[in-house]
Design a protein around this ligand. Structure first.
Ligand SMILES: Cc1cc2nc3c(=O)[nH]c(=O)nc-3n(C[C@H](O)[C@H](O)[C@H](O)COP(=O)(O)OP(=O)(O)OC[C@H]3O[C@@H](n4cnc5c(N)ncnc54)[C@H](O)[C@@H]3O)c2cc1C
Length: 492
């Protein structure tokens, strides 16, 4: 396909934005149509009563995937997007007063787990070595390439990785693998939590997900200058500078198919033609709403979705020196918490509470003497539960737990509040059932059953984002855009 071919992208989530940059760099004329009034989808922000909150993602890993977009556009990333590595990736607080810091410094981290959990430093080192090994095997097979193109399997790197797949412990759960590694239940819980980074359940998800600690503990956790929304803003600005045209408040109504080819989209009642159509909208919603006249790949669509989240954005009129940017208040019975999520109907009465306070690093996010608390728990995805009742109950349980651990009645300190729940995640971003990460990774083969980055049925129709290969979370969404751009280049 010649340069100046026209590409229409549906959605300006982080993957849609990244893909718009990649296609513009390749010479495509790119137009993005976004249903919301703003860019970023889940990676957006909200302001209220003098507080600014990052609305969705709060943990930033693999920042080089963002920098790469500036590099391919021949710009110096550090002039456009700044971030710094955190010295403590996360602080863990327990009701009995124990506090554990996940230090970026590897020696300090091993020492901390040894002192606080009684694990041998050698066990921690061995575990992280295994995590690194899983990454080195999976990056060639699952992460950097399409799983659905023959060329992927003809590559020497992939063949080498395929021969080592047995090392990935696909058929062991994370919980089982971690229990064999560590003697203290608290260490097991500490590393099990990484399953939630893609909305999975550590008691079901394959031990392959033990790759995640490598990303956070060895490559690092980062904070973008000015907050997470600056990731969206900087890529959006880059795309605009490359000539990408953005159309907000423009929900796409249909993908036009003619003779087995995507020919364009229908938006605001008007038909727009293009050479390529790429959906960054959740793939279930894409089939149900934009391709409703056509047969859908039902088996792919029916797969279990990841868990969702309940978030309270609380402006607190006090600062808490004992808290850091990322804080976890662990539940006392992790299995019970995940059983409730798996059952789908309720929320455990002692949930693990995550509190993110961006004003620790971006003081303008809260008034002086105050903090912006993004308080989140994992909850089942939306199956029509009585959310109002569940939210009211969960709010009390969260406040009780945090107050008990901090020896402070935090309820009294809330000066402003907003709530995001599975219903609003679904309505704001079209994510099926309000899932945060598309399909769950709770089965051994889940990674192989994600929707490809292209349509197997219609030519010129492509997909990118957290609901398709390789999965959700900012790093994987960035890779998804890269894989889709590569496939487009090779096919046209
Ligand atoms: C509360 C929360 C916490 C999270 N925490 C983290 C974290 O700490 N770290 C991390 O890496 N990830 C995290 N994630 C996951 C991460 O946010 C997502 O995986 C990622 O942002 C998804 O990006 P995406 O490109 O798939 O698109 P989305 O963000 O899902 O955006 C899709 C876009 O398509 C638009 N759209 C939908 N339908 C149409 C239509 N018909 N026409 C036009 N536009 C349409 C939507 O409006 C939206 O803007 C979190 C998510 C949430 C919600």
């Amino acid at each position: 396909m010649s340069t100046n071919s026209k590409a229409l992208i549906i959605g300006s989530g982080i993957a849609g934005l990244a893909l718009s940059v990649r296609l513009a760099v390749k010479g495509y004329k790119v137009q993005v149509f976004e249903a919301n009034a703003y860019a970023g989808g889940k990676l957006s922000e909200r302001e209220q009563d003098g507080f600014r909150f990052d609305a969705g993602p709060s943990l930033f890993t693999m920042p080089h995937f963002v920098s790469e977009l500036f590099e391919i556009a021949r710009k110096n990333p550090s002039e456009h997007f700044k971030y710094k590595r955190l010295e403590v990736a996360c602080r863990y607080l327990y009701e009995d007063g124990l506090e554990v810091d996940a230090f970026a410094d590897q020696n300090a981290f091993r020492k901390e787990l040894s002192e606080k959990f009684g694990e041998s430093e050698k066990s921690v080192e061995k575990f992280l070595k295994k995590s690194r090994e899983i990454y080195s095997i999976t990056e060639n097979v699952f992460l950097n390439k399409s799983l659905h193109k023959l060329s992927t399997y003809l590559n020497a790197g992939t063949i080498k990785s395929m021969m080592q797949l047995y090392k990935l412990q696909i058929y062991s759960s994370m919980y089982k693998a971690n229990s064999q590694f560590f003697k203290n239940e608290r260490t097991v819980q500490f590393f099990n939590r990484y399953a939630t980074y893609n909305g999975s359940n550590p008691y079901k998800a394959p031990a392959t997900l033990n790759v995640i600690p490598y990303l956070e503990n060895e490559i690092g956790a980062f904070f973008p200058e000015g907050g997470m929304y600056n990731i969206t803003k900087s890529i959006y600005r880059l795309a605009k500078s490359l000539g990408v045209e953005f159309n907000f408040n423009m929900p796409v109504e249909e993908i036009l198919i003619e003779n087995g080819k995507a020919k364009g989209i229908k938006v605001d009642g008007e038909k727009l033609e293009s050479d390529l159509v790429i959906s960054n909208m959740d793939m279930v919603s894409t089939y149900r709403r934009l391709l409703g006249k056509h047969k859908a790949p039902e088996r792919l669509l029916r797969q279990e979705k990841s868990s969702s989240a309940l978030i309270f954005y609380w402006g607190m009129n006090k600062t808490f020196p004992q808290l850091d940017l990322h804080n976890i208040f662990f539940s006392n019975d992790y299995k019970k918490e995940f059983d409730a999520i798996a059952a789908g109907k309720s929320i455990d009465d002692d949930p693990t509470v995550y509190v993110n306070i961006s004003s620790k690093y971006a003081p303008n996010d809260a008034p002086e003497g105050a903090e912006n608390w993004f308080t989140m728990i994992n909850v089942p995805n939306n199956q029509g539960q009585d959310w109002d009742a569940l939210i009211a109950e969960a709010r009390e349980n969260i406040l009780h737990k945090v107050s008990k651990t901090l020896y402070t009645d935090v309820k009294k300190l809330i000066v402003t509040e907003a709530i995001l729940d599975p219903r609003t995640i679904e309505s704001k971003t079209s994510s099926a059932q309000g899932a945060l990460y598309g399909n769950s990774s709770n089965t051994p083969m889940a990674a192989f059953f994600r929707h490809p980055n292209f349509s197997g049925k219609y030519k010129n129709l492509y997909f990118c984002g957290g609901s398709v290969h390789p999965g959700g979370g900012i790093p994987l969404c960035m890779l998804s855009a890269k894989i889709t751009a590569d496939i487009i280049s090779k096919s046209n």
